[in-house]
Design a binder for this molecule. Structure first.
Ligand SMILES: C[S@@+](CC[C@H](N)C(=O)[O-])C[C@H]1O[C@@H](n2cnc3c(N)ncnc32)[C@H](O)[C@@H]1O
Length: 391
C-alpha cells in the first residue's frame, strides 16, 4: 500500500495505531477484491434460479436483482463483512485523529500565524449546514462532516484527510489529489490554451483536489469553498503548510456571495453524489451565474452513471454504498442527468457534454478493488465560445 504523504496537518499514528490501520487496509482489500467478485456467482447460480421460480423470469432491473440477492446468505455475509470493514476503518483512524486533535488545533493556529497573507480563510459563524450533510454521517464518518468539537477545531477535517486515503485504499495517491490531478490533465489535453484567472473549487473538503489547480495555474486566484467549517479550517492550514497560496471559504455552493461572472473556471470533485436533487439544481444554477463568458464548468465524480454501466448487475452492485454505507443520494444521482441539469441552469445544450476521463494516478489498487477502473465521470459546460478541442 502506498503511504499517505505525512504533511504537517496529518494526524500521526503511533506504532500500534499504524499496525491496526494496515490490518484494516488488508481486510478491506480481501473483502472487496477477494470476496466481492464471487457475488456474481451467487447471483448466477443461486439468486437467479430462485427468483425465476417465483417470478417466471430472471431479474431484469437493479431493483429486481436486489430482491433476488437480499435473501442470499453468502451475499448477506459479504455485505456484513464490507460494512464491518468500513466501521473498522473509522474506529482505527478516529482513535488516531482524536488522540492527536489538540496538537493539530495548535499546529493549525501556529501555521496560520506564521503564514498569514499566504492565501486566506473565511469562516461564517451563521452558515447553516444543509440537511443532506447534517442528517447523515456520510460514508459513516463519525459525527458527520459538520461536526465541530471546539473553538478552532480541525478534527473532522483531519479525520476526513486520513479516511480519503484509507477508504480509497491508497488509490487517490499520497496527497489524495488524484481527482484534481486528473482534472488538470483533462484541461491540458483538451483546452491547452485555457488560462483561467479565477478558479472556484466547490466542495473542496481538505483542499486535496484544489492544490493541483493552484499548481497548474500559478497566476490564478484559487478559491475552495465548503459548507463544513472544520474542513476549510483544516484545508487552509494544510495548504499553507505545503507552501500554497489558496483561499478557503466556509460557504454554501447553492448560494455564494461572489459577484456574477467572477470565475473563469468552476470545478467540483466527488461532490454531487453527496448532495440532493434540489442541491444539484441550485449549485448548477449558481455555477452558471458565477461563470464569466468564455469560462468552463467541470464536475468530476465517481464513474458510475448508468450510461457507463448498462448491465443491471453492475448498477445494483454500485447501490451497496447507498443501502449500507450512508450515501443516500448516490444511487439517485445515477438516474439523474447532470448534462440536463447544466442545460436547465442556462448552458446551451451544444456547450455541454459528459465523458469518462482517465485518472492521473496509476491507481492499480483502486481499479482492482473497486472494479470500475481508474477513471472519473466528467461533466463539462462552456459559457460561450471555448477554444478547446473537446467542444
Ligand atoms: C466527498 S467530498 C469532496 C472531496 C473533494 N472535492 C476532493 O476532491 O478531495 C464532498 C464535499 O462537499 C461538501 N459539500 C456538500 N454540499 C455542499 C454545499 N452545498 N456547499 C459547499 N460544500 C458542500 C461536503 O461538506 C464535502 O466536504
Amino acid at each position: 500500500m502506498n503511504r499517505q504523504f505525512p504533511h504537517a496537518m496529518l494526524p500521526r499514528p503511533g506504532h500500534d495505531e499504524q499496525a491496526r490501520q494496515d490490518f484494516v487496509h488488508d481486510y478491506k482489500v480481501h473483502v472487496l477484491s477477494g470476496l466481492g467478485p464471487r457475488q456474481r456467482q451467487v447471483f448466477d447460480q443461486h439468486a437467479t434460479p430462485a427468483f425465476e421460480k417465483t417470478h417466471g423470469h430472471a431479474p431484469r432491473s437493479r431493483r429486481e436483482i436486489n430482491t433476488a440477492m437480499t435473501p442470499q446468505p453468502t451475499w448477506k455475509m459479504w455485505s456484513a463483512l464490507n460494512r464491518t470493514g468500513q466501521e473498522l476503518m473509522w474506529a482505527a483512524i478516529s482513535d488516531t485523529a482524536f488522540r492527536d486533535r489538540e496538537r493539530l488545533v495548535d499546529q493549525a493556529r501556529r501555521i496560520r500565524r506564521r503564514d498569514e497573507g499566504r492565501g486566506s480563510l473565511r469562516i461564517d459563524p451563521a452558515l447553516a449546514v444543509p440537511r443532506y450533510i447534517s442528517a447523515v454521517d456520510i460514508h459513516l464518518q463519525p459525527g458527520g462532516y459538520g461536526l465541530v468539537l471546539d473553538e478552532d477545531d480541525v478534527y473532522a477535517g483531519a479525520l476526513y484527510d486520513l479516511s480519503a486515503h484509507h477508504y480509497s485504499l491508497g488509490g487517490l495517491n499520497p496527497m489524495g489529489s488524484d481527482p484534481g490531478d486528473s482534472t488538470v490533465l483533462f484541461l491540458r489535453e483538451n483546452y491547452p490554451q485555457f488560462r483561467p484567472r479565477r478558479i472556484l473549487d466547490i466542495g473542496c473538503t481538505v483542499g486535496a483536489s484544489t492544490l493541483p489547480l493552484a499548481d497548474a495555474f500559478p497566476d490564478a486566484e484559487v478559491i475552495g469553498i465548503d459548507v463544513a467549517e472544520t474542513f476549510v479550517r483544516y484545508a487552509d492550514a494544510r495548504s499553507k503548510s505545503l507552501g500554497r497560496a489558496v483561499h478557503f471559504a466556509h460557504m454554501n455552493a447553492e448560494r455564494t456571495d461572489f459577484p456574477g461572472g467572477h470565475f473563469d473556471l468552476v470545478v467540483s470533485h466527488l461532490f454531487f453524489h453527496e448532495t440532493s436533487a434540489k442541491a444539484v439544481r441550485n449549485v448548477m444554477k449558481e455555477a452558471r451565474r458565477l461563470l464569466a463568458p468564455g469560462g468552463l464548468m467541470l464536475h468530476s465524480d465517481v464513474p458510475e452513471a448508468n450510461q457507463f454501466h448498462p448491465e443491471p448487475f453492475d448498477q445494483w452492485w454500485r447501490d451497496w454504498t447507498t443501502h449500507y454505507n450512508a450515501e443516500p443520494f448516490r444511487a439517485t444521482l445515477r438516474d439523474t442527468s447532470l448534462v440536463q441539469a447544466a442545460v436547465n441552469s442556462g448552458f446551451e445544450s451544444s456547450q455541454v457534454y459528459e465523458t469518462k476521463i482517465p485518472s492521473a494516478a496509476a491507481a492499480a489498487t483502486y481499479k482492482k478493488t473497486h472494479g470500475y477502473g481508474a477513471e472519473w465521470h466528467m461533466v463539462v459546460a462552456a459559457h460561450g465560445g471555448q477554444s478547446g478541442s473537446a467542444i
